[in-house]
Design a protein around this ligand. Structure first.
Ligand SMILES: [Mg+2]
Length: 270
């Protein structure tokens, strides 16, 4: 039986790889998609590197990918601002590093630094390992003064090889507390990235499958976008957690790994 799915959107960490190691069966799964003419796209909350970096990392792991099928939260922030500010020149105060700055560079905007007294139109918060009190001051003052508040994602923790580091969400929370303002979060679980993926692939949502390892980001995003969702157990979620999820956190299918997912797709379970 041929799967009815025409586009598979895949999270990266915990689905395709863990750190620098590929998860067994991931490359095999993508080969099956290619063989059956099913489109695939990667959707990640990462903000640190340009899309090309992830495409190259996938290639090294034996998975064919060009940068245009990698949607990062950094790139999605670029698309969001582009869509909001088509007509005017605007300004951004950015908490973020080179990768995020490079994604946003084509926008028709000025990037203000923390010493600039002029209020930015947007405060954009990504991952910034050179965060300082001065930068937090500038962001807080601009937010109090009415700047729009954008979080690239809202992940409190950033998983690295040997444990965790504070993620973007920790800085979004600090600025929320200081300014009393509510941010607009571009990354998962906002369905915005998935909509970009569907638009790029030109596939209707009833033929789209979102695959991830996290209930409150991947699955929630997929359900909000009204596409099918599958949770793989190769990442951060246990079977017990997945099986007891309800409402918008509940995936259509829980599978051990990507090869098991492929067999379910072949049997028409999705
Ligand atoms: Mg993940």
């Amino acid at each position: 039986m041929e799967p009815s799915i025409e586009l598979v959107a895949l999270d990266l960490d915990g689905v395709i790889y863990r750190g620098d190691k590929s998860i067994p069966g991931a490359a095999w799964f993508v080969e099956r998609l290619i063989e059956h003419n099913i489109k695939y796209i990667f959707v990640t909350n990462s903000t640190l590197h340009p899309r090309r970096f992830y495409a190259e990392k996938l290639n090294i792991l034996g998975i064919p990918a060009e940068e245009d099928i990698v949607i990062t939260a950094a790139y999605a922030t670029y698309r969001y601002l582009l869509q909001k500010e088509r007509l005017r020149h605007f300004s951004v105060f950015l908490l973020g590093e080179e990768g995020l700055r490079r994604e946003l560079a084509p926008l028709n905007c000025d990037f203000l630094n923390e010493r600039e007294s002029r209020r930015a139109d947007y405060v954009v918060v990504g991952l910034d390992r050179k965060i300082s009190y001065e930068k937090l001051c500038k962001a807080t003052r601009d937010l109090l003064d009415g700047a729009k508040f954008i979080g690239v994602n809202n992940d409190n923790l950033w998983p690295v090889e040997d444990g965790y580091m504070p993620g973007v969400g920790a800085f979004v929370a600090a600025l929320k507390a200081a300014s009393g303002r509510r941010p607009y979060i571009v990354g998962k679980p906002n369905p915005f990235m998935l909509r970009l993926a569907m638009e790029k692939a030109d596939v209707e949502r009833d033929k789209v499958l979102m695959v991830g390892d996290k209930l409150d980001s991947d699955v929630l995003m997929g359900n909000r976008a009204k596409v099918k969702t599958a949770l793989v157990l190769t990442g951060v979620t246990s079977f017990e957690e997945a099986a007891s999820a309800s409402g918008l956190l509940k995936p259509n299918l829980i599978v051990e790994d990507l090869p098991t997912l492929w067999r379910a797709m072949e049997r028409g379970l999705l």
